[in-house]
Design a protein. Sequence first.
Length: 226
Amino acid sequence: MIRAFHVTKRYGSITALRDVNVQIRPGEFVFLTGASGAGKTTFLRMLYRAELPTSGQLIVDGRNIASLRSREVPGFRRRIGLVFQDARLIDDRSSLENIAFVGRVLGLARGESRRRGMELLKLTGMDHRAELFPAQLSAGEKQRVGLARALMSAPVLLLADEPTGNLDPDTAIEMLRIFRAINRRGTTVVLATHDPDMIAALGRRTLVIEGGRLRSLERTVESEPA
């Protein structure tokens, strides 16, 4: 699913990532961690081609991201779901409308978009909040709606950048359960977090960025979130 060969990313005189080599298999669940400013977000942004490597080669879903033409980028990104620390919902649309809007952009009929949206709200435990607006939702509920929206395109790869950073511990664990359920359906998940308790709760492979370099920690025993 993801293969990086000697990937380096520089911003002027600053090297954000240095000689990164990693492979993430299809269907894998991987944590990405490191101190604030370590390069986690930069790495994720390269995976959905918001940034390009300064040098090296990055293959995502079988495509060399540096070789993609501008007209190919939208189609490439439709196979990737994005979840951010801020859910970034549209304030004047209900939970369901926030999700169905993506379906319409993808070319689905209005009825199909709403039907699919309700399925995803049910998956994330938010079907009872379908008609509420973002201002009526808690932080955790907003994140669940944002996650449901990210799944609208049936992505093969789900990237999450600190998705539980604004949540209390119990809500964060519940979000982790949802991510795990999505992964069990076959979606590759890369979840960036600086929370060691979250990583310990699941025990999957962890990619650690330190000083711009990446190392992989193998976790051999998986436990379900309590």
